[in-house]
Design a protein around this ligand. Structure first.
Ligand code: PMP
Length: 409
């Protein structure tokens, strides 16, 4: 039997649907972000990255790089084991304290990624609640969905951000049954925000626990970078806050924060926490440096919001179909997988602009888009260049352009 045939069938299906992914080989340059080198078969060239989740550019911050280099030099590279077997290094313990403080919670627990923290965190919490009913927002990230599946518990899905629907489902459930409401504070593909207080009101009314993924918000919102829940003064109302160390904090890893008992139970029962090597000390020290910096510096957050607002204004004025977003995410609608991929290819090869196409299953079919994520380091000239490049690509692909307010000025 030729087993590769099976793989080819699956791969060809993706190719037929124009969903086969090609990864750009990028070499980011510390000190020059968002500029990077792109290594392609035709050679190497300078490009501008417009879709990085290193939202605040912290991966190149001198304090963060300094902490990583100093700690690696002093303590070596790997953690040397799982948390239980010699892997609990001091910078990791300090990082967990820093995260608990960031969210105003008694305890926090670090995992090797945000994905793992959701998957093993939700699965373990739900399994430990007898006959738990999981209530999941329809647009929750795959890592939460996988955690829900892994828990084996019954789950119901509430329409995205629709608290009336959530209440219907809560009302229909047995009042004595433990319930876990899982949602995100900021949805990364549309840039919309959850009604956190309304969800917590329902959780109080129906005796449910709340689990909030703040992956696209930590570091970026709230006076100390505690996320949307800090901004909206809801941190103490949400039972489990989950975040990543890999986006605004510029490193790698994920975490949950909450009550001492919940954290201790997940620490003791979660397979995705127990049976894997701990994060290296240098990563932990670098992340702590990023969190500490962002707790006291609001320059990055303010400049980030300013840049996002400017990108939206310039693209809108140019007649590009910017989808409504309340946050730093700037989605530009394409609505066709083929054109979305081609637009991304043209931007990179002809304009030196890198924006990954977002196609199904990340977004529904027909909702394909370019997802633009400005950073504090995208200046006015780069924004104008982005608008010009997008207009050129839109015209070449016959994509609709609205009123050109800029041209009329
Ligand atoms: N939650 C959400 C909403 C995400 O978008 C992602 C990944 N982009 C994750 C969790 C996983 O985080 P990480 O990249 O740290 O694994």
């Amino acid at each position: 039997m030729n087993y590769n045939e099976f793989f080819n069938v699956a791969l060809n299906q993706l190719r037929d649907e124009r969903r086969y992914r090609v990864f750009a080989d990028l070499e980011r340059i510390a000190g020059r972000f968002p500029h990077a080198l792109w290594h392609s078969p035709e050679g190497t060239r300078d490009v501008v990255i417009w879709c990085s989740n290193d939202y605040l550019g912290m991966a190149q911050h001198p304090k963060v790089i300094g902490a990583m280099v100093e700690t690696a030099t002093r303590m070596g590279t790997g953690a040397g084991g799982t948390r239980n077997i010699a892997g609990t290094n001091h910078p990791l313990v300090e990082l967990e304290r820093e995260l608990a403080d960031l969210h105003g919670k008694p305890a926090a627990l670090v995992f090797t990624s945000g994905y793992v923290s959701n998957q093993t965190g939700i699965a373990t919490i739900a399994k430990l609640l007898p006959n738990c009913l999981l209530l999941s927002d329809a647009l929750n990230h795959n890592s939460m969905i996988e955690g829900i599946r892994q828990s084996g518990c019954e789950r119901v899905i509430w329409r995205h951000n629709d608290v009336a629907h959530l209440e219907e489902l809560l009302k229909a459930a047995d009042p004595k049954r433990p319930k876990l409401i899982a949602f995100e504070s900021l949805y990364s593909m549309d840039g919309d925000v959850a009604p956190v207080h309304a969800i917590c009101d329902l959780a109080d009314k129906y005796g449910a626990m709340t689990y909030c993924d703040e992956v696209h918000a930590v570091g970026m919102y709230g006076p100390r970078g505690g996320g949307i829940c800090e901004r909206d003064k809801a941190m103490d109302r949400v039972d489990v806050l989950e975040g990543t160390l890999a986006k605004a904090f510029g490193c790698l890893g994920g975490y949950i924060a909450g009550s001492r008992e919940m954290i201790d139970a997940v620490r003791s029962y979660a397979p995705g926490f127990i049976f894997t090597t701990a994060l290296p000390p240098a990563i932990c020290a670098a992340t702590t440096a990023a969190i500490k910096h962002l707790k006291s510096s609001s320059w990055e957050r303010e400049r980030h919001q300013d840049r996002a607002a400017r990108v939206k204004a310039v693209l809108n004025a140019a007649g590009l179909p910017v989808m409504p977003s309340d946050t730093h995410i700037v989605p530009v609608f394409v609505g066709d997988p083929e054109k979305c991929k081609t637009a991304s290819d043209l931007l990179l090869s002809e304009h030196g602009i890198y924006i990954q196409p977002i196609n199904y299953p990340t977004v529904p079919r027909g909702a394909e888009r370019l997802r633009i994520t400005p950073s504090p380091y995208h200046d006015d000239a780069l924004i104008d260049g982005l608008a010009e490049a997008l207009i050129d690509v839109w015209e070449r692909l016959g994509l609709p352009l609205g009123q050109r307010a800029l041209a009329a000025e």
